[in-house]
Every structure is written in structure tokens, then in C-alpha cells.
Write a protein that binds this ligand. Structure first.
Ligand SMILES: [Fe+2]
Length: 380
């Protein structure tokens, strides 16, 4: 398995995300850029070629999208952005590489195939990630033979809605294991309150700690499960990779609750201290432009229903999730009659086990158990 290499150019990531118009965690957001970059590294390694164009392409090619769907000019806008970055000397490339990057960004959704190997790797790396939206990868639109062979060998395949072949296996007793991702290697440092939003974006692309204490125990737990669920955030997917697993199902509902923000440049405090105070404020009803506590509870309930559905289908299932959202999901599961047979901790890599021995395999509708979605009327 290839190690995911993270972006070196952190300031460019910050610059891009500042003006990013669509969902940072959506189908064309940060996780996609990272997977495209990883794909370029896999192909480049095979063809024994190195170039800074790969990282820049992964970061920039979808950066000027204005919607997730039909946006034929986003490649052109990305190529103009590259020209600006070069002109302002924010990035530097040789003349030849600059031309390749501009061409690749401009045409990544327009040209079926490419001639130049660097551009071919860029195009293929993007197309190899079509599986994330449940699409089959058409090898006619891959330029390199190696990318074609990876698809033909089933290395790249549609991820969402993937059905495992358990037809000749009786599902075990439904069991849901919920674990918090591994520790993210971010340094605690002093920041102003208004810098928290940017730091959270940085957190989303920072690698996880790979040296873990209870590795053997976690490997056994993971190996006892038949189906793996992830939020799609790097730390959730990478934690699964640490256990030798890949997500069978990715959904943003499992991502961490959003932290509130402020634009006020309030005093410098350690990052973790701000994180704590903002979360506390969030619990008390201050959502500061983010999803409220109430909205997150509803999301967690939806997430729990998805887990129950998979547990019914596959028996033991595993969620690689996030601290607070996991807790809300656990609460929702308990509300629906699930017993916490191993208590879930809040620390990284701590997991809880939820079982329902009298699980009713015929029940599908839990809608009556959903919390009320009525909103309180605002004054004025
Ligand atoms: Fe893309």
C-alpha cells in the first residue's frame, strides 16, 4: 500500500481554500485533492518520473469550481489562476512545466486523452478518483496503461454504495463498533480567536500519528468486522488504512461537528484552549455561522440509521469517526434500543461497542424516533 503523501505547500492550500466557493469537504474538496495527489504519486512512481506539477495540479484543478455538477469553465478558471500564481511568484516552475500545468488544469474535463506523460498522469489521477461518487471508471478515458491495469485489477472501483459479497454468509449478530480516529500531528500553539477557522482547515490536511499503542487489539477488532464506514476526512480514512482497511462507505454525516467561529481578533491563547471554549459555547447555543448543536444531533440520528441499516445487512460493522459526532451517534443508537456493551471513550483510537441482541431484522422505519425538527421562532 502506498503511503498518502500530504501537501508540502501549506500556504498555497490556505490561499486556495480561502476563496473556495463550494463545500471544502464535498466531492471536489480537500479529500479529493489529496486522493488525486496520492494517485499522481502512484503513477509517477511506476513511470519513474518526478515533477512539482503533480502536487499543484491536485491542489488547483478543481479549486475554481462554482458548483459540484456541471461547470465546464472551471478548468479554464483554474488555468488562469495558475498563470496568476506564476506571475506573482507564489509558485515557481520551469517554462515547460508551467505550460503542462496550465494545459492540464484547463483541459482536465475537456480532453479525453493526453500525449505528454506528466499531463497523462494528471488526467488519469483525477479520473481514477471517480469511484468516490459511485461512478465506474471507464478505461477508455485513461491515458496510461498502468492506470488502466489498476482499474482492470479492481484496485480502483466505485466506493460509495458498494455491496460486499456476503451472499453465502449469515450475518453475525448486528454489532456497531465506533472508534475515534488516530491523533492528528498538529502542534498546539497560540492563536487569535479569529484564526481558528483556518487552523481547522490545516487540521483537516495534517497527517495522523502512525505509531500506536494498542495496534494489535485494534487490528483484531477491525478484522472481526465486515463493513467499514468513514467520514471521508483524511484522518478517518487514514486511521482505517492503519488497520489495513479501506472504507466501504463514505458519508459526510459522520464528519466531526462544526466548530463555531468568530471574526473578532480576541487575545492569543493556545489552540486547544480556544478549541475547548468554542465547543463549550457551541453546546450552549452559540453556533457562529456553523451548524448548531441541534442540527448536528439530527445529523447524528441520520448517521445512526445508516449504521443500523449496514449492521442489519453485514453483521459487525466499524465506523472510523470523530470525537463529538461519535458521541452524538452513540446517544442516538442508545435511544433506539442499542446497548453499549463496551463503553466508548473520547480519546483517539478509543472505541465503543453497541449491540442489540433482540434486533428486529424486519424493521426499517425508525422515523418516529427522529428528534423534532421544529425550529424555534426567532424574535424579529
Ligand atoms: Fe478533480
Amino acid at each position: 500500500m502506498y503511503k498518502t503523501k500530504y501537501f508540502n505547500n501549506k500556504s498555497l492550500v490556505a490561499l486556495i481554500t480561502k476563496d473556495f466557493k463550494i463545500d471544502y469537504h464535498g466531492d471536489h474538496g480537500i479529500s479529493h485533492w489529496k486522493r488525486v495527489y496520492r494517485n499522481t504519486q502512484i503513477l509517477a512512481k511506476h513511470y519513474n518520473i518526478e515533477s512539482d506539477v503533480f502536487e499543484l495540479f491536485a491542489l488547483i484543478h478543481d479549486s475554481k469550481r462554482e458548483n459540484e455538477y456541471h461547470d465546464p469553465a472551471h478548468g479554464l478558471r483554474a488555468s488562469i489562476f495558475v498563470e496568476e500564481l506564476l506571475k506573482k511568484k507564489i509558485i515557481s516552475l520551469s517554462k515547460e512545466e508551467s505550460e503542462k500545468l496550465i494545459f492540464a488544469c484547463k483541459n482536465h474535463t475537456l480532453y479525453p486523452l493526453a500525449d505528454d506523460l506528466i499531463v497523462q498522469i494528471c488526467f488519469d489521477s483525477d479520473r481514477l478518483d471517480l469511484g468516490r461518487v459511485g461512478m465506474r471508471i471507464n478505461t477508455d478515458y485513461l491515458s496510461t496503461n498502468y492506470a488502466k491495469s489498476l482499474v482492470e485489477d479492481g484496485v480502483y472501483k466505485p466506493k460509495k454504495h458498494l455491496k460486499l459479497n456476503h451472499s453465502n454468509k449469515t450475518p453475525d449478530i448486528p454489532k456497531i463498533i465506533i472508534m475515534r480516529h488516530a491523533k492528528v500531528l498538529i502542534k498546539n500553539r497560540k492563536i487569535y480567536a479569529n484564526e481558528l477557522r483556518e487552523v481547522i482547515k490545516e487540521y483537516d490536511i495534517t497527517p495522523i500519528e502512525t505509531n500506536i499503542k494498542n495496534h494489535q487489539e485494534l487490528l483484531e477488532v477491525a478484522n472481526s468486522c465486515n463493513y467499514f464506514v468513514s467520514s471521508g476526512l483524511g484522518r478517518s480514512v487514514d486511521t482505517l488504512a492503519l488497520l489495513g482497511k479501506e472504507p466501504d462507505y463514505i458519508n459526510r454525516l459522520f464528519a466531526e461537528v462544526e466548530s463555531p467561529y468568530t471574526k473578532l481578533k480576541i487575545m492569543k491563547l493556545p489552540l486547544f484552549t480556544w478549541g475547548f471554549w468554542f465547543k463549550l459555547a457551541w453546546f450552549m447555543g452559540f453556533s457562529g455561522g456553523s451548524k448548531s448543536y441541534r442540527q448536528s444531533k439530527i445529523e447524528a440520528f441520520e448517521a445512526s440509521k445508516i449504521l443500523i441499516k449496514f449492521a442489519r445487512e453485514y453483521g459487525a460493522i466499524f465506523l472510523s469517526g470523530h470525537g463529538l459526532k461519535n458521541r452524538l451517534i452513540a446517544k442516538a443508537l442508545k435511544k433506539q434500543g442499542w446497548r453499549e456493551t463496551k463503553k466508548m471513550g473520547m480519546d483517539n483510537l478509543e472505541y465503543g461497542v453497541f449491540e442489540w441482541r433482540d434486533f428486529d431484522l424486519t424493521t426499517t422505519d425508525y422515523s418516529d424516533k427522529l428528534p423534532s425538527t421544529k425550529t424555534t421562532r426567532r424574535a424579529g
